[in-house]
Design a protein around this ligand. Sequence first.
Ligand SMILES: NC(=O)c1ccc[n+]([C@@H]2O[C@H](COP(=O)([O-])OP(=O)(O)OC[C@H]3O[C@@H](n4cnc5c(N)ncnc54)[C@H](OP(=O)(O)O)[C@@H]3O)[C@@H](O)[C@H]2O)c1
Length: 324
Amino acid sequence: MTAPLRLGVVGTGIGHSLSPRLHAKALELSGIPGNYAIFDCADADAARDVFAKLRTGELDGLNVTTPFKALALATADAWLRIAHHKAGVFTLPANTLFMQENRLVAASTDGPGLAAALLGAQVDLVGKRVLLLGAGGAGQAIAAELLALGAAQLRVANRSPEPAAALVARLNTIWPRHALAQPWGDARGLTGVDVVVHATRLGHGQTATAAAVTDLPAALDWLPWAAWAARPPLLADLLYAAGPTPLQALAQARGLPLDGRLAAAAIEEPRIHPEPREPIGILQYFGESMLAHQAARAFQLWTGARVDAARLRAAIVPAATSCT
Ligand SMILES: NC(=O)c1ccc[n+]([C@@H]2O[C@H](COP(=O)([O-])OP(=O)(O)OC[C@H]3O[C@@H](n4cnc5c(N)ncnc54)[C@H](OP(=O)(O)O)[C@@H]3O)[C@@H](O)[C@H]2O)c1
């Protein structure tokens, strides 16, 4: 009999991670025996100890989350390029680790997960102007995908300017003059953006109802909400929360409409996509969709088995929620 697969996630403050539910579903769907543990690590040394369990064979696969994604890349022996286009040329903070031919291999499934979630929601980025809020681990992982999907322009805004400037410089080596750094707090040039992707930690761990007492509305007050209410961009939030994310609640309060295309596809995403629609409004459940797609890709790297991301997503977005 095959030994059960030992999988898990490493991060800090991840007690409420949805990854165990996603991967329990992946194990069930694939018929592979195994388990998935949470390794909540206080510091880098503790995280390194968990990474080492891959080398000793005590673990078979790891997800890595904040704040250890850069450490995972630095610890690994090799980087696995999984994006099929030129977005794959960059090494990135890693969210997936596993052993291959005696080498510790790092990969990032966040970018391909984002791309699959956008395509699943029939969002066509070709020729679009995109604003990316956040150049941390997630922002870096997805920025190249946004350009690879055909965005004509990518503005990157980050609270501290250096990560945005570094990311923009790197992107422009592949897509000359497509990326530009948008100073945080400066809304010039933003009224006409078609798509906004939120990848900061603002609102992380908070519920929409608590948004009023968080720093999110004040931190994002500089965005041109009135202009966006008149001509709504599509708003995709990487955050996932039980119900609307704080940013989604803020955007709705500022007059942006809801776009329910992923909500309608919560259980079964369409196999044959109709013509892509113009992006408009708050894309509900985007964070959950991306999470499911990146999980499906990580599971495939560990096991070789392909699992249906829509069915993983159903494990974290109950049908009842999708109707609200
Ligand atoms: N749905 C998914 O599959 C998925 C995948 C990956 C990540 N995520 C989510 O994406 C978010 C970002 O994750 P990450 O891995 O990029 O985290 P990270 O590497 O720690 O980066 C944090 C980002 O948030 C910004 N930030 C933090 N506090 C801020 C504040 N008060 N005001 C403005 N900006 C602030 C940081 O800006 P500075 O550089 O100025 O500090 C940085 O851009 C998290 O909520 C995470 O859960 C979702």
